[in-house]
Design a protein around this ligand. Structure first.
Ligand code: LLP
Length: 391
């Protein structure tokens, strides 16, 4: 983003964001498809022959999905709703990896009917359930075991998934039982992969490296039992900076991540898969919102905007700090709490933040809201959902 003639412009094609507010009715998410293509190309190049399955929970907007499908991505999904959305937007069942800890009987049945490419299994009871259903249906399910190596990647506790006390994946000590279960359903379950996802917003790789080492050993041991095992899915989780835009540094981090992954896994001589979400979409979107009131109290000055935690929950839920910029550049600054209309004190975008001195009617852009923005929105307080525009 950059200011041109004092107005904020977005993306490689420098779209003037103000032009989108002409008939403004309510908050708008704006996504830049060129930027998404650019990031997908950068990631594909860095990861060489790895097959990318975009984690669509980050942003399941139909145009975004079509754009990534055209760019060559598959889809990582976590519900039947996401499967349906992916199929409606050009993905085929052979492009879909199905993750998630709580797959219902109905969801599993539908996934098997469709012959989904791979089901990432997260528990022994889930593996048994899939085995039974596949047997009843006369199907053979393509299974990847999501293993939990008990590794800390130093991220917010709500988005860490690779620790022993997280609900995700299966402990390595469970492997012998998993083998027994797979063998007892030999006609209905086919072990095709091992998968890993340690959590989100990962910016350093010590823990990740160790996790790859641990899982590599398990992979090799499992391959001795199951010759069908030929995929290693190393998950998503690559982080971005929210406090600054430094794309060059992020690409350098991507290279480091790719080198660690590829050099560690090359000896396995198998197909590699990845499930990124945030890295592709995070910087590609902004949330436009309008200032309703500037309210002064003895303690604070609140800038009350029409978007709230129901539109973008990341600051309330993870204390995430998104940059906030006015669409019209201002010469003066002030210190404000930027808050929404929702009846909760957790409804804020920033606290005691130095930003441009805005007034009623001005527009603000909450930056880096392309991932986990609209996809986590709700209509709490019966507020309308925001609009979405792709440019
Ligand atoms: N694969 C699996 C199995 C996942 O659970 C996730 C994210 C991903 C891949 C993609 O991770 P990413 O590359 O986007 O980090 N709402 C939180 C993030 C939750 C991530 C959930 N799982 C946030 O706004 O920070």
């Amino acid at each position: 983003m950059e200011y041109i003639n004092n107005e904020l412009h977005l993306g490689p094609k420098k779209k003037n964001l103000k032009s989108l507010t002409a008939n403004y009715m309510r908050p708008i998410y704006v996504y830049d498809l060129d930027f998404i293509r650019m990031r997908f190309a950068a990631m594909s190049q860095a990861l060489k022959n790895v097959r990318i399955f975009y984690a669509m929970k980050a942003n399941p907007n139909p145009e975004v999905l079509r754009c990534l499908k055209e760019a060559g991505s598959g889809a990582d999904v976590v519900s039947l709703g996401e499967i349906k959305r992916a199929l409606e937007n050009g993905f085929s069942p052979a492009d879909i990896v199905y993750s998630g800890v709580g797959k219902t009987r109905h969801e599993i049945t539908e996934a098997l009917k469709l012959d989904i490419y791979q089901i990432n299994v997260e528990s022994l009871p889930e593996l048994e359930r899939i085995g039974q259903i596949a047997k009843e249906m006369g199907k053979k399910a393509a299974i990847a075991l999501r293993l939990n190596p008990d590794i800390d990647i130093k991220t917010h506790p709500y988005i860490a998934t690779g620790l022993r006390d997280n609900k995700f994946g299966m402990e390595l000590s469970l492997v012998p039982e998993l083998i027994r279960c797979l063998k007892s359903y030999a006609g209905s379950l086919e072990l095709v992969g091992v998968s890993l996802h340690l959590g989100s917003q990962m910016l350093e790789f010590e823990g990740y490296k160790e996790a790859l080492e641990r899982l590599k050993k398990v992979f090799i041991a499992l391959q001795k039992e199951f010759s069908s095992l030929q995929r290693f899915d190393f998950g998503g989780g690559l982080g971005i900076y929210y406090d600054r835009l430094d794309l060059a540094k992020e690409e350098a981090i991507l290279k480091e991540y790719a080198e660690i992954t590829l050099s560690s896994l090359q000896e396995l001589n198998c197909d590699l898969q990845s499930e990124p979400g945030r890295w592709l979409l995070g910087h590609a979107g902004v949330l436009l919102t309008q200032v309703q009131y500037v309210k002064k109290t003895s303690e604070k000055t609140f800038v009350i905007v029409d978007a709230g935690m129901n539109h973008l929950i990341r600051p309330s839920l993870y204390e995430a700090e998104h940059l906030i910029l006015p669409l019209d550049k201002k010469s003066e600054e002030g210190v404000f709490d930027i808050v929404g209309p929702i009846c909760e004190s957790s409804d804020f975008f920033a606290k005691d933040r130095k930003i441009a001195k805005v007034k009623e009617g001005d527009f603000l852009a909450v930056m880096d809201a392309g991932a986990y923005g609209y996809s986590m929105a709700s209509s709490y307080n019966l507020q309308e959902l925001p609009l979405e525009i792709c440019i």
